[in-house]
Structures are given as C-alpha cells and as structure tokens.
Ligand binder design. Structure first.
Ligand code: URA
Length: 431
C-alpha cells in the first residue's frame, strides 16, 4: 500500500477500506507518512466526506495509535464528558467537581483553546501552580483518592489525533464532520470512558453552524460509541451567543467558581445542571434526569461542589487561596465598560466575534506556540432577548494595552445587534 494511492482514492470520492485507513494512521504516527500527505488526506476527507463505516474505522485506528487507559481497577464505571468547543464554555470547571461531589468519580483530559474557541487547560492555568500534565499513574491515584481529575490529554493516548489536529488547525481542515467525530471519539475511547456525555455546540461560535450538521455529528459520535460498546449521550446546545458572561481565562474561572457556589449566570448554571444530570444518570448515581439535577443543585447549594473544586485544585498543585479569594487573580491593566449605543432588544451577540476579540486581547492563541494572557477577556452583560437601555453597560473589556482594547471594542460593539421588535431568548439546548 502507498499513502499517495489512499489520498488519490479519497480525492476521487472512493470509499477507503479499514486496512487502508489503518495503514495511513499507523504510517502517520510512525513518521513514514509525512505531514504534507496527512494534510492532503485531511483536505480530501473535508471535501469528499467519509461514510459512517470509514469514520468509525478512522476513530478506532486513531484510538489504537498509542496507549489506552483502563480505569476498571479505579472506578466502577468510567464516565467522561466532551464539548465540541465554543466561546465562554467553562462547563467542565463547574460540572466535574459537582458530579464528583454527588459521589460519581470523574477524571477528564481536556484540551487547549485554538482559534476562537477557549480551552479548559488554559483556563485552569490561571490558577498559579495548577498542573495539567499529570502522568497516567498520578491520574489514577488522584481519581481513586478524591474522585476528580482535570488534566491535559496524555501525549501517549491517541497520538494520531494530537498530530492530525495540529495540522488541521493550520490547513483549514477543522470543520469536517468525520474528522471532528473521529478526533473527539478516539480520545474518549483511548481514555477508557465507558459512559460519555457529548456537548455538541451549534451556532455562530461553534464548528457546526447549522442544527442539521450538529445532528449529523452527534448521531455519528453516538453510533461510534455504541459500536465500541460505550454508552453515549449527545446534547445539542446553543453556541450562537457566548455561554455565561465571562470570556477569557481567569474571568471564566471566577464565573465557574461563582456557579459552583450556587450563583453564576442563569444560562451557564442551567447548562451545567443539565450536563450534570445526564452524567449522574449515565453514571448510575441518579434514577432519572430530575433526580440528577436535584443532586447537582444540592451539591452547589450546600458547598460540597465548591469544596470538591478546592480539593481538586490542591491535589493538582494549584494555589487554593485564589479559589478562596478570587480577587487575588491579577486584574488586567485596562478595564473599560462599554455602554449600549442605543435602546432596544438584543437580537444577536455574535459568539465567534466575541471569541476572536478575546484572542486579540491575548486570551487565546493565533498560533499554537503563542503565550496566553490569563487576565484579559470580556464580560458580556446581556443575552439575546434582553431589553437594553441606551447608556447602560453592554460589555466590559479587560485588556493589557490600549490598542488591543480599542480593537476589541470595535469588534464586539457591532457583534451586538438590536431590534425594536421583541426578541425571544435563545434556547439552551436544541435536542
Ligand atoms: N474538539 C476536538 O477534540 N476535535 C475536533 O476536531 C474538534 C473539537
């Protein structure tokens, strides 16, 4: 077999065999298939698609491209969650300690932000000392000891995805349903999850822009999980406007902590409660979603969810005094409240533009090697459907320099659209 023939077959809309896919993935990981051929393959898949069978074979080949984690000696049932990526999506920071506080142990390997979408690891690194590079042994030990782990993807697990994702990011091949489905599912399968909640984002600030595409992606991932013998639930959630108010690393950690303590923005809290309920049901701690939701609400109300977060931060070497007193997080040099330019009902807050503005402020990366400024970002004070009066605070910019602040203002102001008609709020979930 030759890699070039496999690329040509996909270029010409052929259906690849399992052997061809395995050959390509193994060759890519071993270095025999160079990056330029893998990039070309990714573009052929983006343009011509893959059948569900090909996507499943690609997922299984990538999952088998490195070590796999077996958690059966650590937990009764290994649960996991994954978001397909969005703006202001700090869900793992709140959900993970909450379900752990409800007695469901959960260890998760998260990723970094790329492009306009934020990453859990970058957010966690706002807490001085927090380690995101636990070894597999440390992962297991901590999961056994405290029932919660939130760390980075081990390089030993699904290395084919790590390599391919880096190429996709710089070759315009991220928004491909088979490539996203296989990228997400191979990591979950390799990390030993038996029950998985997938949070598939749809809308302006997501990789899937339409409900139809998000449904196809979700169904595909559920089917791949089932074929691999896992229990999978996929939620389709809104990503047209940012989730919660905060977009930017330490600002999001503060919002996640407020939510863990029973406060936080209404939409973000509801989103987290819903994801918690599904995890508690899949993890067999709750009999139904209502019970799961009540358990999560109780953990936020009685302080146990927040306490679990403290214990988690401490276990991973983070300075817990920042969690106890969030005013310790460094404040950006320039903080500007931008007033509403007119009165009206908000009909759009373009999530992608807000995410891009946060990157320009320094909260994300334009290139994988860029450093992150954890203090910068935005607080978006309103939601679609809100009635706003001229002059009242619309959003707040946290910036490290005045020119970036001006750039962010120029982007985020027109990202807010006003209507004189009444506007219905956006749903949190579509399915
Ligand atoms: N998240 C992933 O892990 N992979 C993708 O391809 C897209 C989002």
């Amino acid at each position: 077999m030759r890699a070039v023939d496999i690329i040509i077959k996909k270029r010409d809309k052929g259906e690849l065999t399992r052997e061809e896919i395995e050959f390509f993935v193994q060759g890519f990981v071993s270095g025999e298939v160079p990056d330029y051929q893998a990039s070309s393959f990714a573009m052929a898949v983006l343009l011509n698609g893959m059948t569900p069978r090909e996507t499943t074979d690609l997922t299984l080949a990538m999952a088998a491209s490195g070590d796999t984690l077996d958690l059966s000696d650590v937990v009764e049932l290994a649960v996991d969650k994954h978001s397909s990526g969005g703006v202001g999506d700090k869900t793992s920071l709140t959900v993970l300690p909450t379900v752990a506080a409800c007695g469901l142990p959960i260890g998760k390997m998260s990723g970094r932000g790329l492009g306009f979408s934020g990453g859990t690891l970058d957010k966690l690194e706002s807490i001085p000392g927090y380690r995101v590079d636990l070894t597999t042994d440390e992962f297991k030990k901590q999961l056994r000891a405290i029932g919660a782990v939130l760390t980075g993807q081990s390089l030993a697990l699904a290395p084919a995805d790590g390599k391919l994702y880096t190429l996709r990011d710089v070759t315009g091949t991220v928004p491909s349903i088979p490539l996203i489905a296989s990228s997400i599912m191979c990591k979950k399968l390799a990390a030993g999850a038996q029950a998985i909640v997938l949070d598939v984002k749809v809308g302006l600030g997501a990789f899937m822009q339409t409900l139809e595409d998000a449904r196809v992606l979700a169904d595909l991932m559920v089917d791949i999980g089932k074929l691999a013998g896992r229990d999978v639930v996929a939620l389709l959630s809104d990503m047209n406007q940012p989730l919660g108010h905060a977009v930017g690393n330490s600002l999001e950690v503060v919002e996640a902590i407020e939510t863990l303590k029973g406060g936080g923005p209404h939409d973000f809290r509801e989103h987290c409660l819903h994801v918690c309920a599904h995890l508690l049901l899949l993890g067999k701690r709750a009999r139904d979603l209502d019970e799961g939701r009540s358990m999560a609400e109780a953990a936020m109300a009685d302080g146990s969810a927040f306490e679990k977060f403290r214990v988690l931060v401490q276990a991973q070497g983070g300075d817990v005094s920042y969690v106890d007193d969030t005013s310790k997080f460094p404040r950006a040099k320039f903080v500007e409240v931008v007033p509403a330019p007119r009165s009206g009902n908000l009909s759009q807050i373009h999530a992608r533009i807000v995410g891009e503005a946060a990157v320009i402020l320094g909260g994300g990366r334009a290139k994988k090697t860029d450093a992150i400024d954890h203090a910068v970002g935005l607080l978006i004070h309103h939601k679609v459907g809100d009635t706003v009066r001229q002059g009242e605070p619309l959003f707040t910019i946290h910036a490290s320099d005045e020119s970036k602040l001006a750039q962010a203002r120029a982007m985020v102001l027109p990202a807010h659209l006003f209507s004189s008609e009444s506007v219905a709020p956006l749903p949190l979930f579509y399915r």
